[in-house]
Structures are given as structure tokens and as C-alpha cells.
Write a protein that binds this ligand. Structure first.
Ligand code: PDD
Length: 287
């Protein structure tokens, strides 16, 4: 079955769908994006992602190309046309198409592209049960990582470096030696005292929607949670390290730079949080 993409008002075969060579997303990374997980054919953490999309657009002074309700219809139609039950939806909105000039074009409509792909949940659970390895890299990104732009070159290069070293994720470390976030995830540690720590949103990181919806679940579970800075050394000494994102959900990190975390196996807290997060995300999907 051919994959179907939504491109500026039309549903097209993904293999044939195209945007202009003068799209500002292509020329300047002048675009934002969102990724949703799909459970049972419904968008997980729906409103959190829509809220962040609106914020990203507003920070870049790009207009929402359509009202939220209409966007929701299109997102669901892409899921339906691709017959996705378990999967991921990708949405990208750029400032639009205009002759190349750094300053904003006048009266240009934003471009919008939406694609979807299936996810093999059984394979994802096998991966999570083994955990993944990470490497570290200096956080050389710009100062507005709170905006979810498609300008991801530092992330791309660092994740490629991770792959070359047999790891799956990169953990960024800032100038002061503190961990910020992952190449495409937020990062958490479980300290020897049993407290979960993750960087606060005041740091130059993305406000992950998975993070947003996981933090209350951590608090409900009775585990002490603190949003604050932690070093690589603290992560290496932690009993558990895990990351979150719409793509990986809650994923245990079992080694950083070849140093095993704990006993080198996914920890009980990360595994339990993964289960409870997926349960909640599935139950509340579409809302
Ligand atoms: N990335 N930090 C960064 C740098 C990210 O790119 C992402 C997500 C996250 C987690 O955000 P969320 O929980 O809302 O998915 C944190 C997406 C999934 C990606 O680029 O594929």
C-alpha cells in the first residue's frame, strides 16, 4: 500500500509528493515540526503537541496555516489513509515559498506537510527490554532549543557519531559540564537516593510533551522528582538513566560512553514508568 502524505491541501503518494525548491524550510530551516505517537489509530498526547506547535510557530511569527480543529481533521485523515493503528505522525510547517532572501517574505502562506508511518510495538518493546546505549557530545546548538525547529544539524551529526560508536542516542553536555538533553529526547537520572532528576525547562532544552505528561505520573508514583542540573559524572553514578520522546516513549539507557549504568540492564523504575506512560497515553489518545 503506498504511503500517503498531506501537502498544502492535497493528499498525495509520499513517493511523489514534493515542495518547492524555494521553500524556506529547505533553504533556511525556517520551519517547525511535531511528532505524535499513534495508539489504536489515535494521536497520543494530542493537545500537548498542538500547544507546543502553536508556541513554536508564534515564536517564529509564522501563522497557523489552519484552525486547530481543521488541522486535527487533516491529521486524522492522514492516519486513516495510511491505515495506521500503531505508529508515528510527522508534521512540518515552514514559513512558505519565496525567492531566497533572509528577511521574512510578505504575504506568503506557510507550507504544511504531514506524513505517517507504522511502528512495530512488539519490536519496540524488545528494544526497550534491552535498553539502548548513549554517547555524550558537547551541546553546540543555538540558544533557542525551546523552539521545535527543523534546524537539527548538530543533532544529526551527534546522532550519527553515536551510531558510528555503536550507540543509539547522544546526550548533550553543556559548557559547564551539565547534561541538557538527548539528540532527540529528554534525559533523566535516578540517583542512589532514589530521586529522579531531569533538567529544568529554564535550560536551553525542548519542553518534551512526553516529559510534560510523564512528570505527573512520576509524582503520583511517590518517587521524589527534582527538575535541576546534573553532571555526566552524576549520570554515570546513577542507578538508572532513561530518555523520553514521542518516538522512543520511555527508553532505558544502559551505558554511556561504554560505562555501564547500574548493572547494565534496564532499571525497574524506567521499566515501570514506560509501562504506566504507555497505558496512560493509549487510554487518553485522541484527546
Ligand atoms: N524529538 N528533545 C529533543 C531535542 C527532541 O528532538 C525531542 C523529540 C524531545 C522529546 O520531545 P517529545 O517528548 O515531545 O517527543 C526532546 C522528536 C521525536 C524527533 O525529532 O523525532
Amino acid at each position: 500500500m503506498p504511503r500517503i502524505a498531506y501537502v498544502n491541501g492535497a493528499y498525495e503518494r509520499t513517493s511523489e509528493a514534493a515542495v518547492s525548491i524555494e521553500d524556506r524550510g529547505y533553504q533556511f530551516a525556517d520551519a517547525v515540526y511535531e511528532v505524535w505517537s499513534v495508539f489504536d489509530g489515535r494521536l497520543a498526547d494530542l493537545s500537548g503537541h498542538l500547544d507546543r506547535l502553536e508556541r513554536s510557530l508564534s515564536e517564529l511569527q509564522i501563522a497557523m496555516p489552519m484552525p486547530r480543529t481543521s488541522l486535527l481533521v487533516v491529521l486524522n485523515e492522514v492516519i486513516r489513509r495510511n491505515r495506521i493503528r500503531e505508529g508515528l505522525v510527522y508534521l512540518q510547517i515552514s514559513r512558505g515559498v519565496a525567492p531566497r532572501d533572509h528577511v521574512f517574505p510578505v504575504d506568503t502562506l506557510p507550507s504544511i506537510v504531514i506524513t505517517a508511518k507504522p511502528v512495530d510495538r512488539a519490536a519496540a518493546e524488545i528494544k526497550a527490554a534491552a535498553g539502548i546505549k548513549a554517547i555524550t557530545a558537547p551541546d553546540i546548538r543555538w540558544g533557542r532549543c525551546d523552539i521545535k525547529t527543523v534546524g537539527l544539524l548538530p543533532n544529526v551529526l551527534a546522532k550519527q557519531q553515536a551510531k558510528a560508536k555503536g550507540a543509539t542516542e547522544v546526550i548533550f553536555v553543556d559548557h559547564d559540564g551539565y547534561i541538557t538533553e538527548g539528540g532527540s529526547t529528554n534525559v533523566y537520572i535516578v540517583t542512589k537516593e532514589g530521586e529522579i532528576r531531569t533538567r529544568s525547562l529554564e535550560a536551553n532544552i525542548l519542553a518534551g510533551v512526553t516529559r510534560l505528561n510523564l512528570l505527573p505520573l512520576i509524582r503520583e508514583s511517590g518517587i521524589t522528582l527534582s527538575e535541576g542540573a546534573f553532571t555526566l559524572e552524576e549520570a554515570l553514578a546513577a542507578t538508572e538513566v532513561f530518555v523520553t520522546a514521542a518516538t522512543s516513549l520511555v527508553m532505558p539507557i544502559v551505558a554511556i560512553n561504554d560505562t555501564l549504568i547500574g548493572d547494565g540492564k534496564p532499571g525497574p523504575i524506567a521499566c515501570a514508568l514506560r509501562e504506566v506512560y504507555i497505558e496512560r497515553a493509549r487510554a487518553s489518545a485522541g484527546v
